[in-house]
Ligand binder design. Structure first.
Ligand code: ATP
Length: 460
């Protein structure tokens, strides 16, 4: 049980009300564990992905980008071990028809009342576990026959492994170097749930870093530290993040070491994996070399040697980490001197979907005209929301809930003095700024990466 409260129900309703996340095909009763991102959600998730791409690809000269296709040759999944081994043990209850993952049955709850664990009601009839492959199957071409079976990829990594030599030769990168991509992955999860935490269609942000065997543990440690720092830079609180080391019995047979970065989602969910950092040895390249019959060795001309590189992988879910930023940011506060409390999303300004709200205090005396002109100018630089309807307090509250970090108010003095008030979402403090300086002042705040500065102070 976490020290933080369970905010999932509040978040699900806020996400729907404000247009962050909707249930897929809701008017038909919804599709199980598939979610759609609304206007605010798509901005937030895009900002998270852009930040990852910026840190992992653009700011480094030793990582290249890739966008491989979702459908791949079926042999890829034989080589990777997914056809034979990407399975979870499934247990059915014949009495209530519920399904559980045998390896997580200790955390599961029987759907019948009173609330008990699976097997604890007198008439529970649990079956023996049977293995269930998590890959979605479909057919390529018009004929539905076994020779035409293809899979929706359950991870993006294999697109990187099969393109290792293409990318290396095209870019003339020398080992050590990495390949990164962001893309959809699909898993027919037995027990999806907890909002967007575990879904059947999701996005991954994965990077495979190819290194010379023998240097792998040193690179593993470096990537572990770099990835924790990235999450801190996103604004996730330090005390809600921890490393979880895989014990020998949790380690995949080919893995030399694996750590998860866990985030505390609050309530009974508590600390859960948001990212995996793995030392995968040369397992994947070796498998693809054997199954394809193509040599995938790296030729180190300077040292006159050839070898299969080892791989350090960092794998993070775009949806899961976006959910973590929302959970981390949600606050319900009492406002001194006011009867109504406020709900706010204290999102890091860099990932907030809308950066500023622009509000004329009243709809007269040239205030709307001045405000609209300012909003139009600011919109060229960052997303802005213009709102002139209703009491100013309510307009602030609506933007607090949307996670908008700055509120700009045009009042009677503004038209006379050509200045405005900037209100800060988190502490509700205000400053007076001349109209011509607003873009620069907000731009400076957006550029200042407070959380990253905090992270370096913490000595990560
Ligand atoms: P879990 O144990 O939670 O099923 P995993 O160990 O299978 O996850 P990986 O295969 O290492 O996960 O995937 C890397 C990342 O992809 C995870 O840390 C998570 O952020 C994300 N991810 C994996 N499965 C899902 C899912 N069903 N829904 C949303 N995100 C997912």
């Amino acid at each position: 049980m976490s020290a933080y409260p369970d905010v999932m129900d509040t978040l699900v309703s806020l996400a729907k009300r404000r247009g962050f996340i909707f249930q897929s095909s809701e008017i038909y009763g919804g599709t199980g564990s598939v979610w759609d991102y609304g206007p605010l959600g798509v901005e937030l998730k895009n900002n998270v992905k852009a930040r990852w791409w910026q840190t992992m690809v653009r700011e480094r000269d030793d990582v290249e980008g890739l966008d491989a296709a979702i459908l791949m040759h079926p042999k890829v999944w034989e080589a990777s071990g997914h056809v034979s081994g990407f399975s979870d043990p499934l247990v059915d209850c014949k009495a209530c028809k519920a399904r559980f993952r045998a390896d997580k049955i200790g955390e599961a709850v029987c759907p019948r009342k009173p609330s008990k664990k699976p097997g604890e009601h007198g008439d529970c009839q649990l079956t023996e576990p049977r293995m269930f492959n998590l890959m979605f199957k479909t057919f390529m071409g018009p004929v539905e026959e076994s020779a035409a079976v293809v899979y929706l990829r359950p991870e993006t990594a294999q697109g990187i492994f099969v393109n290792f030599l293409n990318v290396q030769q095209a870019t003339r990168q020398k080992v050590p170097f990495g390949i990164a991509q962001i893309g959809k992955a699909f898993r027919n999860e037995i027990t999806p749930g907890n909002f967007t935490f575990r879904t059947r269609e999701f996005e991954q942000m994965e990077m495979q870093f190819f290194v010379e065997p023998g240097t792998d543990m040193e690179w593993f440690e470096r990537w572990k530290a770099a990835r924790l720092e990235w999450h801190l830079g996103l604004g996730l609180s330090r005390d809600r993040l921890e490393f979880h080391q895989h014990e020998p019995n949790e380690l995949a047979h080919y893995a030399r070491a694996a750590f998860d970065i866990n985030f505390d989602f609050g309530g009974t969910l508590g600390f859960q994996e948001i990212e995996g950092v793995h030392n995968r040895s040369d397992f994947d390249l070796k498998q693809h070399q054997e199954h394809s019959g193509k040599r995938l060795e790296y030729v180190d001309q300077a040292a006159n040697k050839r070898y299969l590189p080892y791989v350090i992988e960092t794998s993070v879910g775009a949806d899961r980490v976006t959910l973590a930023t929302l959970v981390n940011a949600l606050r319900e506060e009492v406002v001194p001197g006011e009867t109504e409390g406020r709900t706010l999303l204290a999102l890091h300004p860099a990932i907030a979907p809308i950066k500023a709200g622009v509000f004329p205090l009243t709809k007269k005396d040239g205030q709307p005209e001045m405000a609209e002109k300012l909003a139009a100018a600011l919109r060229k630089k960052f997303p802005v929301f213009y709102d002139e309807a209703g009491a100013i307090g309510r307009r602030y509250r609506r933007q607090d809930e949307a996670g908008t970090p700055f509120g700009i108010t045009i009042d009677p003095a503004s038209t006379a003095n050509d200045d405005v008030t900037i209100r800060f979402r988190d502490d509700m403090g205000q400053i007076r700024v001349s109209t011509s300086k607003v873009a620069q002042v907000i731009g400076d705040y957006l550029a200042a990466d407070h959380a990253t500065a905090e992270a370096s102070k913490a000595g990560v």
